[in-house]
Design a protein. Structure first.
Lengths: 494, 95
């Protein structure tokens, strides 16, 4: 009997299409795995009935000879940032607990139209603010991975898409949606040894996605291999008139275009990413990545991205500024939590509701954002950060004169233990040092597994591409995947 | 630039987030830590650089001026924490 947890997106889609098995069998098997993995806390809400209903529809279509979609029969996890009609959507915040959208996000609607089914809503960092999934109101997500030191220390699955990464690595689902504002797809993918791509800003509609920082937020797929990411990105992407920054461009056939022959491609190695005191395992993995891409026919060139060190501080002005504005909508009036102290007026109700509903990190970022946008400080902080952002984007533009893609580590270290970085917000922020520049420039960027650390934990290699050139990013990811021999997986302890 | 407790309380007021005295004390240190770190942006020479407004060049579209939505009052009110009839309910604001 087939172990459906071992099949990826392509294998399930093709098996269902060929009639090797029924979509309903897959949905039943994965529903059972989700139900048995409560210890990971990857899901906030489980929706087994949705997975079954979607699978039954696909099986019926196949029986009737109706053409099947790109994701037909594939059950997936949906990050709880995507509004799903009739299913609670919280962004992992108390302030949205009990919120049941009356509409469906464009990205999730695209996936259902392509034949995917929903296993449930995945846990995440609250409002996507975090790098370890420790800011969720619904509790920490636990990584299925453990260090090889015999200890059972609970490790962070990365964040903010930590429920997505944990569920995929634990084989509860073949793929899941993620969103990436400053690394929230790539860093969790790296931490658990899977792949994930953030496409060019504007490829995936933001409509119906709970907003964090609108000029940075971008949805993308996470899965166990590059082909599966390509398939799912095709199903997610596309022009949407309801998102003013949606790109009015056709969706390329990324899966059909996969080709790991990199002859003629120049890969830039940015010297500024080789930080002083870089982790030895990370440096070694990066060197291996360079060798693999060379082996695939690419030419390696040294490049400079001179403003790299300013990306993170610019991000931590721009993202909180946008968040403070976006999150003004949570007022206890139209949806979500209301905290109305005895005798309180409207203003007191706002303040009490927001104090009770937002977690500590969310409150911190709203206040930073409010400060940098306030009268007298706007130019010194916000305008300056937006100018630096323009320079960071210009760095990439200049680099494209001498290379087609950039290779770097995804994160500066392997997964850390839960609680190890929570006392110091800055040390947590620094985890996104390699991921944030591509976000600020809106460029497509992907993480693929690059090897294991000394502690036996996955490390990720990041590929950054030119705007709209997801194909080249995926192709380089495939070339690495074919050479890295990465087959490690987490032992099933839960 | 560094913030003191009065400033933190003012930011909290502007943010419409109630904070206790102890939280304000804690926030002074945290905000100053983060602000001191972002200060380094000041050393970047940005003369002649326009602040970024769109990360991918993309013109904002205009759509035809027609009604494309509406007549969904019950959906709009479905998640209201305190609705009254066909309205959102709020505490009394006018004496």
């Amino acid at each position: 009997m087939t172990d459906f947890s071992r099949l990826g997106v392509a294998a399930i889609r093709d098996g269902v299409a060929k009639g090797d098995f029924k979509a309903v069998e897959v949905a039943e098997a994965l529903n059972a795995r989700v139900a048995a993995a409560k210890a990971l806390n990857a899901f906030i809400v489980e929706t087994p009935e949705k997975a079954i209903a979607a699978a039954q529809a696909v099986d019926a279509d196949r029986a009737a000879g109706t053409p099947l979609g790109k994701m037909a029969g594939v059950p997936i996890g949906m990050k709880d940032l995507f509004c799903t009609e009739g299913v609670q959507t919280t962004a992992a915040s108390h302030i949205l607990e009990g919120f049941v959208p009356t509409y469906e996000s464009t990205v999730s609607a695209n996936l259902w139209k392509a034949g995917a089914g929903m296993l449930g809503k995945l846990n995440m960092d609250q409002f996507a603010m975090g790098s370890s999934n420790e800011t969720s109101y619904f509790g920490n997500v636990i990584s299925p991975w453990r260090r090889n030191d015999g200890g059972n220390a609970a490790l962070a699955p990365g964040g903010s898409s930590g429920g997505s990464s944990s569920a995929i690595a634990a084989r509860l689902c073949p793929a899941a949606t993620g969103t990436d504002t400053g690394g929230s797809i790539r860093q969790p993918a790296a931490f658990v040894g899977i792949s994930g791509i953030k496409p060019t800003y504007g490829r995936c509609s933001r409509w119906g996605v709970v907003a964090f920082a609108s000029s940075l937020d971008q949805a993308g797929p996470m899965a166990r291999d590059v082909r599966d990411c390509a398939i799912m990105l095709e199903a997610m992407a596309g022009f949407d008139p309801k998102d003013s920054t949606s790109l009015d461009l056709p969706v390329p056939a990324w899966e059909a275009g996969l080709n790991s022959d990199l002859k003629g491609k120049r890969i830039g190695i940015p010297k500024e990413y080789r930080l002083d005191g870089i982790d030895a395992d990370i440096a070694k993995m990066w060197d291996n990545g360079i060798a693999w891409l060379k082996d695939a026919g690419a030419e390696i060139v040294d490049i400079s991205l001179p403003h790299t060190q300013y990306a993170l501080p610019a991000y931590y002005i721009i993202a909180p500024a946008e968040a403070s504005s976006n999150l003004a909508r949570y007022d206890g009036v139209r949806f979500g939590l209301r905290d109305l102290p005895e005798g309180a007026g409207l203003q007191d109700m706002y303040a009490a509701t927001r104090a009770a509903g937002f977690g500590e990190e969310v409150r911190r970022r709203i206040m930073i954002g409010t400060y940098v946008l306030s009268a007298g400080f706007y130019d010194a902080y916000y305008t300056q950060a937006q100018k630096v952002r323009a320079l960071i984007a210009r760095d990439f533009d200049n680099a494209w004169a001498s290379c087609d893609l950039i290779l770097a580590p995804t994160a500066p270290s392997a997964a850390f233990g839960l609680g190890e970085k929570t006392s110091d917000p800055l040390s947590m922020y620094l985890n996104d040092v390699f991921a944030v520049p591509a976000s600020l420039a809106g460029l497509p960027a992907m993480s693929v597994p690059g090897g294991l650390s000394k502690e036996g934990l996955p490390l990720g290699l990041q590929i950054i591409g030119k705007a709209l050139d997801e194909q080249a990013v995926l192709n380089a990811g495939l070339a690495i995947e074919q050479r890295s021999g990465f087959t490690a997986e987490a032992g099933e302890w839960w | 630039m560094s913030v003191d407790k009065d400033t933190v309380n003012k930011i909290a007021r502007l943010s419409r987030i109630a904070i206790s005295d102890a939280e304000a004390d804690k926030m002074v240190g945290e905000l100053n830590g983060i602000l001191a770190w972002v200060e380094q942006l000041g050393e970047v020479d940005v003369s002649g650089v326009e602040p970024m407004t769109a990360v991918i060049p993309n013109k904002l579209r205009l759509r035809d001026d027609v009604v494309t939505d509406g007549d969904v009052r019950d959906k709009v009110l479905a998640n209201a924490p305190a609705k009254e009839g066909s309205f959102f309910g709020v505490p009394k604001v006018i004496e």
